[in-house]
Design a protein around this ligand. Structure first.
Ligand code: BGC
Length: 433
């Protein structure tokens, strides 16, 4: 049974149950309608970003019910969402990404009408790249609104720590990365801040695959799920390098949240972190300035590539007219110019609107965001723009789960063998497809 029919089977039960609507008593007397938004933006920086949306929706006269579910990468939020759907009580809006949007839409629970008018009036088709709009459309209709674009293949550096450890420049190759890691360790620092949660392990894994196998190899293995690429010598080499990268990881990082690890780099306890640019939201919240207090560089060997991760808010069918109006308000706000700017500045991402991406200076974005936008546009032309596996843009959650299991077991098993792990990847992905 493929992933779509698996989700559909579970959720088809939900159609027997009534579609939720907020009890009228939950509404403030003068509210135009109420909407619950399920998301996983709970770190300090992420919260600052989502609060921008909440404030605007409330200003527009709606009641925002916050459905935040803690847990970086969103795995817990997705589990909560599934059980809410099965119970016949989905929220009005939920953060869902990539191919999973199609999977949810095929269950019939997403609303294919709710966004029609706003998408037309706001000219979404011309504001968005086709690759992006295709992700958030189901059978030609928008079922979600894309919020922002994150780049995943970044390396975050504390330059002061680098200086103390005698490192002169940001590493551009894996060998330079190891040399920097050795110096950081010798100087008593944590070399690589890293929380050992499966999604964080796979964020590092995909960066290493991109570095070792290049864009074509990354695409074959992690996007096309080609068995030969998943099990071949280049994957074995990637896994060998991954094991070496893991020797620099924070020994206290097991099970640790990504933002607590980011804090170690910000506070000068660690030198580096491999993380998508939501990590920048923590630097911003700590009032640190890009290019001065911290450096963002592409993960060594990946500067000609951009693994993308687009946050989107999907709309679920609702009976209540006020909730439907609130969904439309959210959608309108999200793709508005001012929100695109303020949200991304807080979140560490870049706007999803193409007109804004080519004019980043105008909006006061920092050097990391300017680099990201420039690279996004260049890599879209060269083919270097690839969906992130670890962040649910390349595959469904089921396939992603197969990667997560093999990669995390491999990192944690002291006796693990890269050739065996590559074979396991091939088998696990095949059965999850
Ligand atoms: C999401 C980001 C979020 C990060 C950490 C990613 O998958 O796309 O919006 O900040 O996870 O939770």
């Amino acid at each position: 049974m493929n992933a779509i029919s698996r989700l559909a089977t579970v959720i088809s039960l939900a159609s027997l149950l009534p579609v939720s609507a907020f009890p009228v008593s939950a509404l403030a007397a003068d509210s135009k309608g109420s909407v619950e938004v399920v998301h996983w933006w709970t770190s300090g920086g992420e919260k600052a970003a989502v609060d921008v949306l909440k404030a605007q929706v409330e200003k527009d006269g709606f009641t925002w019910k916050d459905g935040a579910v803690a847990g970086g990468g969103g795995a817990t939020a997705m589990t909560v969402l599934k059980s809410r759907a099965v119970a016949g009580n989905p929220p009005g809006v939920a953060q869902i990404k990539g191919p999973d949007i199609q999977e949810w839409a095929s269950t019939g629970l997403l609303d294919t009408d709710a966004l029609k008018d706003v998408a037309k009036a706001e000219k979404w088709d011309s504001l968005l790249d086709k690759k992006v709009s295709d992700t958030v459309k189901f059978e030609g209709n928008y079922v979600a609104v894309p919020v922002n674009i994150h780049r995943v293949n970044w390396l975050w550096i504390n330059p002061e720590v680098f200086k103390k450890a005698g490192i002169e420049k940001a590493p551009t190759t894996l060998q330079e990365f190891y040399a920097a890691g050795d110096k950081l360790k010798a100087a008593g620092f944590i070399a690589l801040a890293h929380g050992g949660q499966p999604w964080q392990d796979s964020t590092v894994f995909e960066a290493v695959v991109l570095s070792v196998m290049g864009v074509d190899g990354y695409k074959k293995a992690l996007v096309d799920l080609d068995n030969a690429a998943l099990t071949g010598p280049e994957m074995v080499k990637s896994l060998t390098e991954l094991k070496k990268v893991a020797t620099y990881m924070d020994v206290d990082g097991k099970g640790q949240d990504w933002n607590l690890e980011a804090a170690k780099v910000i506070n000068g306890k660690a030198g580096m972190q491999i993380m998508g640019d939501w990590a920048k939201s923590e630097w911003t919240a700590a009032k640190k300035v890009a290019g001065k207090d911290y450096e963002c560089v592409a993960f060594p060997g990946t500067d000609k590539a951009f693994t993308y991760n687009i946050d989107s808010l999907a709309v679920f069918k609702q009976k209540d007219k006020g909730t439907a109006a609130a969904q439309q308000d959210i959608a309108k706000v999200v793709l508005g110019e001012n929100f695109q700017k303020v949200f991304s500045i807080n979140k560490g991402s870049i706007p999803v609107r193409i007109d804004m991406l080519s004019d980043m200076d105008k909006y006061g974005f920092d050097s990391c965001a300017q680099t990201a936008a420039k690279d996004f546009l260049a890599d879209a032309k060269s083919g270097g723009l690839q969906p992130s596996m670890a962040h649910n843009m390349a595959t469904t959650l089921a396939v992603q789960g197969a990667f997560f299991d093999v990669v995390t077991n491999y990192i944690n098993d002291p006796k693990a063998d890269p050739a065996t792990a590559a074979k396991q990847l091939g088998t696990a992905v095949k059965s999850a497809k």
